[in-house]
Design a protein. Sequence first.
Length: 371
Amino acid sequence: MSEIRDPLFRSHSLGGLTLPNRIVMPPMTRSRASQPGDIPNALMAEYYAQRASAGLIVSEGTWISPLGKGYAWTPGIHTPAQVAGWRAITEAVHGAGGRIFAQLWHVGRLSHVRLLDGQSPVSSSALQAEGVKVYVDEADGQPGFVQASPPRALSTTEVRAIVEEYRQAARNAMAAGFDGVELHAANGYLVNQFIDSNANNRSDAYGGSLDKRLRFLDEVARALVEATGDPARVGIRLAPLTTLNGCVDADPETTYIAAAKKLAEIGVGYLHIAEADWEDAPHMPDTFKQQLRAVFPGTLIYAGKYTAERARAALDAGWADLIAFGRPFVANPDLPERLRIGAPLAAHDRDTLFGGGARGFTDYPALQAAA
């Protein structure tokens, strides 16, 4: 299949960037930030630069403030040292010919007092995500997964303060050399905790009706646009049907079509739709995807166990513009080339996904080296 005919290798314009292919490396938590301070480091720069042949890289979730952290050893974009660490990474990616957005992350209730200096996690409402575990650094220095701590509800004033934290994080990201920012509004994290009906029992301006449940998303998206100076350099990640981390909406099609319309009015560059990808997960019908396409004129990215064949079919169908391949990028730093020539994909080592050093992170060989 020639690159001209192969939909995966057609170029795409995004916010003034020309993406050489339609393959996205999505956010993947790897928990390798330097301690103390959760600072992005040279090993991470090597990891991202190895994967710069992606049309677009979206960084791992990057917490915007101390209360936004929910997993051990994840990087922030809150302190000068963290911004400097990210600057070295963006320079490495750009030096390798790539493009990279920062995913801005506040986990909300999906955290633990041990990660928050004894403070309770915060959320839209004082509702615990039952059965949801987060990754913490135990007292003996060994990591492990523990039940998320009970959260407290944010006051109206605190919600507005977090909007400002997002605004500052976007400014920090642009100062660090990122090409844009992606808001993590999916997978049960803080923005999702406002959107989905079963996670939000507020009675103020941020809860109750659908429009009020979308208000936090709206205000944060507008803050990111203001901070970056270009709505096309802002993306939003949504997960309409996921029940991951305890968030469920009573009427997801209505909720997320309304969210897409609102984000279209703001003019954000893309929506990044995370499809549920576990066994027996709810299926996202093509009719839903076509509805999103009808109301959102920007770029649409889909992620969720896509093979090359499924990706090409989605691009040809027209409801997707870009396809994100998550786990395949872990063990295949040259994934676009492997997809281009139909080469076999290496399997990743599950035991090295979170924490550690170079093993299972930067030591996966490119195809030519492997051969």
